[in-house]
Design a binder for this molecule. Structure first.
Ligand SMILES: C[S@@+](CC[C@H](N)C(=O)[O-])C[C@H]1O[C@@H](n2cnc3c(N)ncnc32)[C@H](O)[C@@H]1O
Length: 384
């Protein structure tokens, strides 16, 4: 017999040390057996590559497995091999981040909630505990994950709607929703979420690879608007069925030789800026389909930054250059122009921390970034 109640109580305490946890969510964590939703997980090596399967059914693994299930840590539950790499495709998110997002969702009794990214079903169970299962719907792109999560939920007596389909379409069969919570990140806010939200309803969703957590209220027909939360929320991307990892989200880094004649320029963007997660987020909002990688030396010190999309690349190299005139190499479409434009507005707005940033999205596909108030749009020089 597993004494999970004691462990779950300890987990709730550990989460409460990190997050100013409201009583109903503390209660939900205390009453939800996380090990039931994570029967096995993958250990990671120091490069975050999944290595060993830790299986709760294996007597030699049991103690390690159970301890990990009730630690405040993310547990990797699925990966796919792709082009020689192991790409993580599902996980039980870190409980303190889960709790923070649930609190940010600001649910009230009687609210109907849609979760995007059922994964293990743990978060769905927390929602069922808080609101009652009849108020909860959840969708995952992966049919196996959705089926397993549904069985686990059913075994605890919860019968929420769980469907295997693309969460970018919301879940029309159980709409409308007062709250939509995404546990995978979207490049931009899908129109279906806006349409399936009740007036005054709230979306809490990670956006872009920059770790933005958007808190968006439906303020008008076909429109949501709101600020980013203070938390960094890095989540795996929303991807289409049959594609374990979208080509466009973390594309293979195009080689400089592949992108054609390179355009040389210089930049005054300082090296230290690339340490700042708020700058990286700001840039990500300008390049929602792009990605940032670091150039490092043999000591793993950062020596440059690479900004890229599936077929474009620009990079700055800080090694051995005159300060303030660091060399940039880029494709002939000049992807770096977007980086410079982002840096200009970043400076003009006094290096805004993420909570000053706002997003308005419309169901006709328009989306824009603003600073402090919706009437202060940031001119975003988007990538083509
Ligand atoms: C971080 S995991 C979710 C964690 C989950 N909420 C839990 O408590 O275990 C992200 C999930 O998003 C799912 N996902 C990715 N793209 C999706 C899409 N287009 N629609 C719905 N789910 C998607 C993945 O299959 C994965 O299970």
């Amino acid at each position: 017999m597993i004494d999970w109640e004691r462990l779950a109580k300890e987990l709730a305490e550990a989460v409460a040390a990190d997050v100013n946890l409201e009583a109903p969510w503390r209660e939900a964590i205390t009453r939800t057996p996380r090990h039931h939703f994570v029967p096995r997980f993958w250990d990671l090596d120091q490069n975050n590559n999944p290595t060993e399967l830790v299986d709760g059914a294996h007597p030699d693994h049991r103690e390690r497995w159970l301890t990990a299930c009730y630690r405040n840590q993310v547990l990797i539950t699925q990966w796919h091999g792709q082009r020689g790499r192991r790409i993580i495709t599902s996980s039980a998110s870190m409980p303190s981040l889960v709790a923070q997002m649930l609190q940010t969702l600001d649910v009230h009794d009687g609210n109907r909630v849609l979760e995007i990214g059922t994964g293990t079903g743990y978060n769905t169970a927390l929602l069922c505990n808080r609101l009652g299962h009849a108020a909860v719907a959840s969708v995952d792109i992966d049919p196996l994950l959705a089926a397993e999560a549904q069985q686990r939920l059913n075994r605890l007596g919860y019968q929420p709607v769980v469907e295997a389909s693309d969460g970018a379409n919301g879940l029309p069969s159980a709409a409308p929703y007062d709250r939509i919570l995404s546990t995978c990140s979207a490049a931009t806010v899908p129109a279906a979420w806006i349409d399936q939200l009740t007036d005054g309803g709230l979306i809490v969703a990670p956006l872009t690879y920059g770790g933005a957590l958007a808190v968006l209220r439906k303020t008008a027909l076909g429109e949501v608007s709101g600020h980013l939360a203070a938390e960094q929320a890095y989540f795996m991307p929303l991807h289409a069925a049959g594609e374990p990892m979208p080509n466009g989200f973390v594309p293979d880094l195009p080689q400089l030789s592949e992108i054609g004649a390179s355009h040389e320029a210089t930049t005054a963007i300082p090296l230290k800026l690339w340490n700042n997660p708020d700058w990286r987020l700001w840039l990500a909002l300008h390049l929602p389909h792009g990605h940032i990688a670091d150039l490092v030396n043999e000591h793993m010190d950062r020596t440059g930054a690479i900004v890229y999309t599936a077929d474009r690349r620009a990079q700055v190299d800080y090694a051995a250059a005159e300060p303030g005139r660091w060399p940039v190499t880029q494709d002939r479409d000049r992807l770096w122009d977007t980086v410079e434009a982002a840096w200009q507005s970043w400076t003009r707005f006094d290096e805004p921390d993420r909570t000053r940033i706002g997003i308005t999205a419309r169901s006709d596909g328009q989306q824009w970034v603003w600073i402090d108030e919706p009437d202060q749009p940031v001119p975003v020089h988007r990538e083509r």
